[in-house]
Structure formats: structure tokens, C-alpha cells
Write a protein that binds this ligand. Structure first.
Ligand code: HEC
Length: 169
């Protein structure tokens, strides 16, 4: 019995440091979280389903793709508004570039920003239930930029739970 207990103790003690590592790896450092909202870039978002592409005219000259997690996709498909808690929307953006092989084709150039909206109606009650994050090279931009998000989304997309993008047909 004592031998068994000792063995168990050894196993547990061996695992503890690894558990710490796993927990640490899954919780992004505070420096990677957006100011005001504490939003981080969600893991695996590049594999998420496409909601719609978009194009932005000069001076930004960008191609965009709005992606959503499963909660977002389910809500879109059911035509459900407001979006439920747990919804995450990610907008990827690239500079527009002429295809080197075909003059009339426009393709993604350098990546510019990754923008994130997270729905948590309690935590973000003051901003329509949405937390915002804008990232360049994986790092959040400054607080001043994060103060602009809610104003524009609130003013222009109120009737659609502050989300502009519609599911592409
Ligand atoms: C001046 C208006 C404006 C401001 C400010 C703004 N957005 Fe948006 N946002 C838009 C528009 C318009 C779209 C629709 C897609 C597009 O045109 O790129 C959009 C789309 C998005 C989307 C995809 C979901 C949706 O609503 O369509 C996310 C995520 C997003 N914005 C995050 C942010 C974040 C984070 C900030 C602040 C750092 C921000 N936005 C500031 C206008 C704005």
C-alpha cells in the first residue's frame, strides 16, 4: 500500500510541472491582449469558416476575409440575432496586389491587421456585449485605436447586433 502511494506521488509530482506548462501555453500573456477589452487572437482562427470577403478602397486598398467560430456560423445560418455569448468574429486583412501571372486578378499581398470581436454580454455590457481587438504582427495596437471600434460599429450596424458582415450567399 505504501509502495503504491509512493508511486502515485512520484507520478503526480512528475506531471505537475507539465500541467503548469500546458496552462501557461493556453493562456496568452497579458501583453498580447487588447487594451480596454483584454481580447486576444483566438487559436486556430485561420481554419475557421468564411462568413464573407470584403474589399476596402484607397487609401487602405485591402482585401479582407471575415471568419467565425462554430457559434458564429451556427447563428448566421439560423439567422439568429443578437449573436449568442461565445461568438467570435475575426477579420483578416491584406494589401491588394496585382497577380503576377494575370493582370486583371487581385490577390492578397502583405497581411496588415487581424481584428477580433468577442461576444460576452455581461463582460462587455457597455459596448453592446462585444469586446474588440486589433492586432498587427500578433501584437495589439494602442488604446486610442481601441476607443474607435465601438463608436463606428454602434452608429452604423446597430440593427444587426453591431456586426456589419452578412453571410455571403
Ligand atoms: C469607421 C468605422 C469602423 C471602425 C472605427 C471600426 N470598424 Fe470594424 N468594421 C467596419 C466595417 C465597415 C466592417 C465591415 C467589413 C469591412 O468592410 O471590412 C467592419 C468589420 C469588422 C469585423 C468583422 C465583423 C463585422 O462587424 O462585420 C471585426 C471583427 C471588426 N470590424 C473589428 C473592429 C475593431 C477591433 C475595431 C477597432 C480597433 C474596429 N472594427 C473599428 C467599420 C469600422
Amino acid at each position: 500500500m505504501i509502495v503504491l502511494a509512493a508511486l502515485l506521488l512520484v507520478v503526480v509530482l512528475t506531471c505537475v510541472p507539465y500541467l503548469g506548462t500546458i496552462a501557461f501555453a493556453q493562456a496568452p500573456a497579458a501583453a498580447d491582449a487588447s487594451p480596454i477589452f483584454g481580447v486576444t487572437i483566438p487559436q486556430g482562427y485561420k481554419q475557421w469558416e468564411l462568413i464573407a470577403p470584403a474589399e476596402e478602397a484607397a487609401p487602405l486598398d485591402e482585401l479582407r476575409a471575415v471568419l467565425g467560430n462554430q457559434t458564429a456560423i451556427d447563428a448566421y445560418q439560423a439567422g439568429k440575432l443578437p449573436f449568442p455569448d461565445g461568438t467570435i468574429l475575426v477579420k483578416r486583412a491584406w494589401k491588394r496586389k496585382q497577380s503576377p501571372e494575370f493582370a486583371s486578378a487581385t490577390v492578397p499581398g502583405a497581411a496588415t491587421t487581424v481584428q477580433v470581436m468577442v461576444k460576452d454580454s455581461k463582460k462587455y455590457a457597455a459596448t453592446g456585449g462585444w469586446g474588440f481587438g486589433r492586432f498587427i504582427n500578433g501584437k495589439p495596437v494602442d488604446e486610442a485605436q481601441h476607443r474607435t471600434c465601438w463608436g463606428c460599429h454602434e452608429a452604423r450596424a446597430k440593427s444587426r447586433d453591431y456586426v456589419f458582415t452578412r453571410l455571403a450567399p
